[in-house]
Design a protein around this ligand. Sequence first.
Ligand SMILES: Cc1cc2nc3c(=O)[nH]c(=O)nc-3n(C[C@H](O)[C@H](O)[C@H](O)COP(=O)(O)OP(=O)(O)OC[C@H]3O[C@@H](n4cnc5c(N)ncnc54)[C@H](O)[C@@H]3O)c2cc1C
Length: 342
Amino acid sequence: MMPKPTQKKVAVIGAGIAGLSCAIQLQKMGFGVELFEKSRGPSGRMSTRQGKDWVADHGAQYFTARDPILIAEMSAWIATGIVSLWNPKIGIYEGGQWTESTSHEKRFIANPGMNALGKYLAKDLHLHFNQTIDQISPIRNGWQLSSKESGLINTLFDFLIIAIPAPQAAQLTKSLSKEIQSIFNSVQMDGCWTVMANLDQKSSLAFDAAFINGEIISWICRNQSKPHRNSNSNGKDNETWTIHASPSWSQDNIELEATEASAKLIECAKKLGLDCTHAEISTHRWRYASGSAKPSPECILILTQNLGFCGDWLNGGRVEGAWLSGYKLASQIEQTQNQTPT
Ligand SMILES: Cc1cc2nc3c(=O)[nH]c(=O)nc-3n(C[C@H](O)[C@H](O)[C@H](O)COP(=O)(O)OP(=O)(O)OC[C@H]3O[C@@H](n4cnc5c(N)ncnc54)[C@H](O)[C@@H]3O)c2cc1C
């Protein structure tokens, strides 16, 4: 949707769940919103990898909806089938022992892959993909952007929303004031090594997913246990598992070669009873997977500069927090607009 000439123009950097949520609300309020995303699609860390004949959610595995605002929004997502409840049998592994989780947490997933929610949220928005914003400049009460791929972007924006992980936001804003740079002082984000293993046969594990304590691995999940992912595209019912290393091990070993990291995870998985020796393996390094500011401000609006920040790192570090962070930033902007004398 192109902005009308009289509309206030907002640039949103990052089309993850936070940026998308903020953009949708701002567009509803009448702003002309454009999103800039460095990847070739939306959804950020809520992502799905497509293999030759398999798919696997390799970022966020599921999300919660505890806040009434998100619960209300979710009814539309559930009605369209984009989101559904996932009821996995979850194991807990600790000290060589397995137990079954007794948690009653409601876990939601997007269909047919976690990235489907981002695609759905993006459908009525004006997005520019493959645009890595590498420079932002405050000019005449507005903002000018440049991207690595296209150079100077030929629009002067009234507002700028930065919806990217804290370390990347710190890098992008390093030429701005000390006050802005201090926002990032308390935020530590850890990486995550992820292995996706497409097995050549069914595993003998008794669980759909498991939290692992005290090992290199912290989470394993059989993708086919989620709704709408029953079989692989080759028609075979072999299993694809997502394996996440723990935040602390990942961060300590973030500079390993991918083959070395995946060998460690595969060795640990075997100890848990998930033998990936003959599996097709795909590995991903998330440089900034998890972490958040404490205490969490939910979002940040610097009205004197028409600048806002949203993202999971400002609100607890999960999908739910990211969505709410974007939503709340848009609400704060709306309130200030209503207060501005005409
Ligand atoms: C391995 C892993 C497992 C997880 N598991 C769960 C889970 O089970 N449940 C849960 O709730 N959460 C989980 N999370 C966290 C969840 O994915 C995030 O909290 C949420 O997706 C963050 O959304 P966001 O919009 O704040 O950031 P992001 O999703 O990171 O979105 C930021 C976007 O900005 C883009 N970008 C960055 N820099 C630039 C730039 N300079 N120019 C343009 N675009 C840029 C990125 O490409 C990205 O698309 C997990 C994350 C990871 C990595």
